[in-house]
Design a protein around this ligand. Structure first.
Ligand SMILES: Cc1cc2nc3c(=O)[nH]c(=O)nc-3n(C[C@H](O)[C@H](O)[C@H](O)COP(=O)(O)OP(=O)(O)OC[C@H]3O[C@@H](n4cnc5c(N)ncnc54)[C@H](O)[C@@H]3O)c2cc1C
Length: 603
């Protein structure tokens, strides 16, 4: 299917507007899911990453998440190369000014560009990021822009507002960038990456870039004094911004106001690229005027002589209420129109990539008259995100956190390929060789599990000395699986035991022994919890399968309170499961609604 990617500047494809990194806890989970479904983000960061770390490693298999620093310049080039090599995809620079509909019909006709040309199309995915009616704010100054150095998208913004879609102003901010040669790195705390680094993608065998350290510094009493003395000059705090900002990426002004007891704040010093001398200060997002920013930077240990290359800034932009979206990310009643990314009220590259993948896929499937891919909350963090957006909406920039998922054990990021294999097969986004790579791994895993169940361990067996070293006495024998369930068996003991199993060591790059050992221990030790979780889930799954007929007249349903009706009308849930998750909809109301759906069905 021929597709056009329209963008304001072809050189900015894959541009990281803020921090030069991908992933983290929750976000890294989504990158693995996108990868498992055939998306590009995991492979792009593997090709260009210069510092990889698994976060939350000590907090358990389910909540650990990969994160990597990108070489931002190489990431952009790799993203563009990948698009240029994609069959049936045409790249076009230009500004979309207007969506066009066929007169007198609901059918989309095309997109009109600012230069007057028209791109005919039957479906469009709108991903305008922070550009819609965007305004940059630095201190008391404000100017129109979509991102530093780029114009805002005003015409399209005005048309979407005029269509009567509910919109709001949101804001976000970024940190100053520093000249590397002006930083005294000897006074900073080095933060090495993992050794060896582990790739994001299930399909990467080799990480090609040289790996570098990041560093850590801290704010000082001088930083705090400067922020407090100048709060009235900050765009965010001086009353110059009406938009709501991201709770989980607070500005330095926010940190001092909201956490007055914290003596100092950690600042991560991250290289932007091996091709440039630019440094990013993660944790120092600010909208102070440049002179205050300079003082703040100089107040950090090791930055006394540092030079700012680009000041930090805040940006305010239009986002549209995601409650208007359908579960396939189509925009309500607007036929042929999908929305994805920051425009839906989210923040972050990974959130945007996940929505972009699903919206693009579903737009294509709609054109092919195929059913949309709607992931369930227990299948993927991507499913949690879309369900949260379209069911609960969001009042502030939405960021993925593992705490948003109620079924965390089953959503471990290392299991995304196994979990989503059937969807990947159905949508056809993986190559046959990639599908068989996942299948081979799953077969091997199953064989290993069976082996562990079968192998009988006694004191006199080859496993006896390992069990003894773990402080376990094996009077009666037990299976290797049972032995692994014992908490005394550390990962070192598990590695020693597994090393004795036939076929455990395999030179195949897809088989990472550390990863597989962790997975095996997780599955054995959490089997009981996972069973309980899946029993609880069955009940919710049933509700998710009950569709609320689109023509059901909510206003005239008897027995439901006015408040419940108002909420149903506002959120427009497509299934009973979705209705049950709307804040304020009681279990009693869900039961009543269920009864009415059943009654209608049997009428
Ligand atoms: C200043 C700033 C600070 C940020 N801070 C954070 C943060 O702290 N944490 C975090 O997780 N995320 C942050 N982000 C957000 C992160 O950059 C975005 O969430 C993510 O890039 C959004 O992706 P997107 O695809 O929705 O939009 P973008 O990456 O912004 O891409 C939008 C694209 O749309 C194109 N476009 C816009 N209008 C038109 C038009 N009319 N016609 C044609 N093309 C158009 C643009 O050319 C651009 O390529 C920040 C972003 C900015 C700008």
């Amino acid at each position: 299917m021929p597709t056009t990617l329209l963008t304001l500047n072809l050189d900015q494809i894959g541009q990281m507007s803020c921090n030069p990194s991908i992933g983290g806890v929750g976000k890294g989970h989504m990158v693995r899911e996108i990868d498992a479904l055939g998306g590009a983000m995991g492979r792009l960061i593997d090709a260009t990453g210069i510092h990889f770390r698994i976060l939350n490693e000590s907090r358990g298999f389910a909540v650990r998440g990969p994160r990597a620093q990108a070489d931002k310049v190489k990431y952009r080039i790799a993203a563009r190369r990948l698009l240029e090599a994609t069959p049936h995809l045409r790249l076009r620079q230009g500004m979309a000014a207007k969506l066009l509909w066929e007169a007198g019909t609901k059918g989309l006709k095309g997109v009109e560009l600012l230069d007057g040309s028209i791109l005919p199309c039957d479906a469009v995915v709108v991903t305008t990021g922070t550009f819609l009616n965007g305004q940059i704010l630095i201190g008391e100054r404000r100017h129109e822009a979509g991102r530093a150095g780029e114009p805002p998208s005003t015409h399209l913004g005005l048309q979407l507002r005029a269509l009567g879609l509910r919109h709001r102003r949101l804001k976000t901010g970024t940190s100053p960038r520093i000249a590397k040669a002006t930083v005294d790195f000897d006074r900073l705390m080095p933060q090495p990456g993992d050794d060896p680094p582990r790739p994001f993608s299930f399909f990467t065998d080799h990480l090609p870039q040289p790996q570098v350290h990041c560093h850590i510094t801290f704010t000082s009493p001088r930083t705090e004094a400067l922020v407090r003395e100048n709060l009235h000059r900050s765009a965010m705090y001086g009353g110059h911004v009406e938009g709501v900002g991201p709770r989980y990426c607070p500005s330095i002004e926010d940190k001092y106001v909201k956490f007055p007891d914290h003596e100092r704040h950690q600042i991560f010093v991250e290289p932007e690229s091996l091709e440039t001398e630019e440094i990013y200060l993660s944790g120092l997002s600010t909208s102070m005027p440049p002179d205050v920013q300079e003082g703040m930077v100089h107040s950090l240990e090791g930055f006394e002589r540092a030079e700012i290359l680009r000041p930090g800034y805040a940006i305010e932009y239009d986002a549209f209420d995601p409650l208007q979206l359908r579960r396939d990310l189509g925009m309500g009643e607007l036929e042929g129109v999908w929305f994805a990314g920051q425009i839906n009220g989210t923040t972050g590259y990974e959130e945007a990539a996940g929505q972009g993948f699903l919206a693009g896929l579903n737009a294509a499937r709609w054109l092919l008259e195929k059913e949309a891919l709607v992931l369930r909350r227990d299948e993927a963090y991507l499913g949690v995100m879309v369900d949260d957006l379209v069911t609960k909406g969001t009042d502030e920039p939405y960021r993925m956190l593992t705490a948003r998922a109620e079924h965390r054990l089953g959503l471990a990021c290392d299991l995304a390929d196994a979990r989503l294999l059937e969807h990947a097969r159905a949508i056809g986004a993986l190559l046959p060789s990639e599908l068989s790579r996942v299948e081979d791994k799953l077969h091997r895993r199953a064989r290993l599990r069976a082996q562990c169940d079968e192998v009988w361990v006694t004191q006199s067996s080859v496993f006896g000395p390992v069990a003894e070293a773990a402080g376990l006495s094996l009077k009666a024998g037990l299976s290797l699986s049972e032995l692994f369930r014992r908490q005394q068996m550390t990962t070192k003991h598990a590695d020693e035991s597994l090393g004795m199993l036939e076929g455990w060591r395999d030179p195949q790059p897809a088989w990472d022994p550390t990863w597989e050992r962790d997975l095996l221990l997780f599955e054995l030790r959490y089997a009981g919890y996972r069973e309980r979780e899946s029993r609880l889930l069955e009940h919710h799954r049933d509700w998710d399968a009950v569709r609320i007929p689109g023509d059901m007249v909510i206003e005239s349903l008897p027995s439901l309170s006015r408040e419940v009706k108002e909420k149903l009308l506002l959120h427009r849930p497509e299934t009973l499961g979705q209705a049950s998750r709307i804040p304020g909809i009681t279990p009693a109301a869900v039961t009543l609604l269920h009864l009415m759906i059943e009654k209608r069905r049997s009428a």
